[in-house]
Write a protein that binds this ligand. Structure first.
Ligand code: CU
Length: 378
């Protein structure tokens, strides 16, 4: 985190309270949970009490392509969609370091990013997700590695239930051609609570390897109705080339010390907040997820209740967890618990990976929303 590490300069008057409070407020209540944007905030249905105003998701919307599901499109257990959202696949500015093409999903075209929005479902819920492919066909053509592969994008989900027509694959004819849209139906069957992800499965070739590597991925959380909600959620996707969220080196952490707005490249929280990470393994390498100063229970949510002796005595508390390709898990910590505000490294603990730049920071601010000073860690 070079910018912030620049220094002592920052130490004196980093009053970020205004900016931060507007962007780092705890999310709305359980009922409002729908999806989170790249800023870590929940994006809730318009009109939901406590919902932030900016990023509303249409619920039971009436856009094109949202007609009633055809027979065979809904998985068993889902009689009708409980909720509808739109998701846009966009071309983004190329990677500033490598010039590689970058694509992203967004709840609106303007908010597309990589990873895309974290989608949240409650067990028992059936979601209708309409994907709009706004990636230019020339871009998809240039990314194609298999000449027999059709041009398009898709969403393929892990963890939830769907029929072949929502598989997001070319062989099941469940992708979206440029300029078109398609509705996918996902059912969070009871028992599927967990930390999952969604991604393209058609860009480049039949496995979407190029699509994922270009940025078409996002976190998917299935919660139980009574799960305690975190204050903040971030996705960290560990990938090839020692990347976190497909960025490398200084691009991994772009937090502006004057205005640390939560995003895919600015992991920030106020001391005492519960912070949830959706950790995803993309690409071909094994990685490990490690945070300095913080630990969690090796359970579904990772949340530790130190007063619960039965939990503490029966479950490992860890601060490092192995992540294989395609794996995903959740980690919930309390920011700064017992260790206070600071710049806490979050990195892959395969030493040659972290030495090559696979490292970022969780910036824990004090109660006043100030970023603490620290020495450059490099
Ligand atoms: Cu690694």
């Amino acid at each position: 985190m070079r910018a912030m590490a620049a220094g002592a300069v920052l130490a004196t008057s980093l009053v970020v309270a205004g900016a931060l409070r507007s962007t780092v407020e705890p999310g709305p209540s359980a009922e409002a949970v729908v999806a989170r944007g790249a800023d870590g905030r929940v994006a809730a249905a318009p009109g939901t009490p406590g919902a932030p105003p900016a990023v509303g998701i249409p619920v039971n919307g009436s856009g094109a392509g949202l007609a009633t599901a055809a027979p065979g499109e809904l998985p068993e257990g889902c009689a009708a969609p409980d909720r509808r959202i739109d998701l846009y696949a966009e071309e983004l500015p190329p990677d500033p370091r490598t010039g590689q093409v970058r694509l992203g999903y967004g709840l609106t075209p303007e908010t597309a990013d990589y990873p895309g929005p974290t989608l949240e479902m409650i067990e028992g819920e059936c979601l209708a997700l309409t994907l709009y492919d706004e990636v230019p066909s020339e871009t998809l053509e240039a990314l194609r590695t298999d000449p027999d592969q059709p041009l398009g994008v898709s969403v393929h989900a892990h963890g939830v239930k769907y029929t072949p027509s929502s598989d997001g694959t070319a062989h099941n004819d469940s992708y979206v051609a440029p300029g078109e849209s398609r509705t996918y139906y996902w059912y969070a069957k009871p028992g599927t609570a967990g930390y999952w992800w969604y991604h393209d499965h058609v860009v480049g070739g039949p496995h979407g390897t190029t699509g994922i590597g270009s940025g078409l991925l996002g976190g998917l959380i299935v919660r139980r109705p009574d799960d305690v909600r975190p204050d903040r959620t971030y996705v960290t996707a560990f990938g090839d080339g020692q990347t976190i969220n497909l960025r490398h080196g200084p691009n991994v952490d772009t937090c502006d010390p004057q205005d640390p707005r939560p995003s895919n490249t600015c992991l920030v929280a106020v001391v005492g907040e519960t912070v949830e990470f959706v950790v995803i393994g993309i690409g071909n390498d094994t990685h490990t997820f490690h945070i300095h100063g913080h630990s969690w229970a090796d359970t579904r949510t990772g949340r530790v209740d130190s007063t619960d002796r039965a939990l503490v005595d029966s479950v490992r508390v860890i601060d490092n967890k192995t992540l294989g390709p395609g794996d995903s898990f959740g980690v919930t910590i309390t920011a700064g618990d017992s260790v206070g505000p600071g710049h806490w490294m979050l990195h892959c603990h395969m030493q040659f990976h972290t030495d090559a730049g696979m490292s970022t920071m969780l910036h824990v601010l004090d109660k006043n929303g100030r970023i603490p000073a620290h020495a450059d860690h490099h």
